[in-house]
Write a protein that binds this ligand. Structure first.
Ligand code: NAP
Length: 285
């Protein structure tokens, strides 16, 4: 039986640290602030934005929400980002994806002041992560590293396999494992002998977006299995990329869905907002 990595508990402890730091910063006259921009009426995006606002309130972070109609033009959105770049009480800007069709997400990200880019999606921050000289780490991969560390698991020297190569999860995930001295393989839809490669992994991270994709025959006994997926099963129920019921007895450690990686993403966003506030104030960590 695998040890369950409890993302709710780990994220609660990160949030408590953030809340404590926010209090200390406020006492010194610095109140971290986050602006969340949502365009259109995608229900999942609405839920994410509500959760982020709630998490800010709980940790004492100041937040502003900008809910724009789906018919918003590219120029209107860019102009909002520019005005948030100038706002001194806003230290982090998050534009909730996906944007409605017709809006250029990359151009919007590039408009965000890199020091306010708490998602770490701006090309300047992506480059910083690549060379290992970064201010922020992208929230989901950073959350995964935090979960692994919470168990005292050493990454150095381990065989790490990441399934998925998206810009927001797979690629930065691989880079963070590499920074932690893992020996990393990235797999994707064109990978040959996927199951065989996965079976070599001491640490297996699934970021595929396909329900129950990682089956028991893809997992080495005792492996650390991290499930980033947020999928729906045949009954419409939230599930991960890992076939939990069959993989769990074989793995050494495993994250559940829900309650694994998901809660970490918001916790790391809060931490990045605090980092951004200190960065803009010229304060060192
Ligand atoms: P994505 O952009 O769709 O990327 C999926 C990746 O999986 C792609 O690189 C794709 O390969 C690869 N893939 C698809 N089918 C495959 C197959 N049969 N064999 C091997 N690789 C395959 O998705 P994403 O944005 O990275 O998200 C991945 C999952 O994580 C989703 O379930 C998403 O909801 C979840 N997620 C969770 C959080 C969280 O907070 N927990 C945050 C972000 C995302 P190609 O590149 O070759 O197409």
């Amino acid at each position: 039986m695998a040890k369950l990595i409890d993302g709710k508990a780990v994220s609660a402890s990160v949030r408590a640290q953030v809340a404590q730091e926010v209090q200390e910063l406020k006492a010194k006259g610095l109140h971290p602030g986050l602006a969340v921009v949502i365009v259109g009426d995608d229900p999942a995006s609405r839920t994410y934005v509500n959760n982020k606002k709630k998490a800010c309130a709980e940790t004492g972070i100041y937040s502003e929400e900008y809910a724009l109609p789906a018919a918003t033009t590219q120029e209107e959105l860019l102009s909002l980002v520019r005005s948030l770049n100038q706002k001194p009480e806003i230290h982090g800007i998050l534009v909730q994806s996906p944007l409605p069709e017709g809006l250029d997400e990359e151009a919007v990200i590039e408009e965000i002041n890199p020091q306010k880019d708490v998602d770490a999606f701006h090309p300047q921050n992506v480059g910083r992560i690549m060379i290992g000289n970064f201010h922020f780490l992208p929230c989901t991969p950073a959350g995964v590293i935090e979960l692994i560390r919470s168990q005292g698991i050493e990454i150095a020297g381990k065989r790490c396999v990441v399934i998925g190569r998206s810009n927001i999860v797979g690629k930065p995930m691989a880079m963070l494992l590499l920074h932690n001295h893992g020996t990393v393989t990235i797999c994707h839809s064109k990978t040959r002998d996927l199951a065989e490669i996965c079976r070599e992994a001491d640490i297996l991270v699934a970021a595929v977006g396909r329900p129950k994709f990682v089956t028991e025959n893809m997992v080495k006994p005792g492996a650390v299995v991290i499930d980033v997926g947020m999928d729906r099963d045949e009954n419409g129920k939230l599930c991960g990329d890992v076939d939990f019921v069959h993989v769990e007895p074989k793995a050494g450690y495993i994250t559940p869905v829900p309650g694994g990686v998901g809660p970490m993403t918001i916790a790391m966003l809060l931490r990045n907002t605090v980092t951004a506030a200190k960065l803009q104030a010229g304060w060192k960590d």
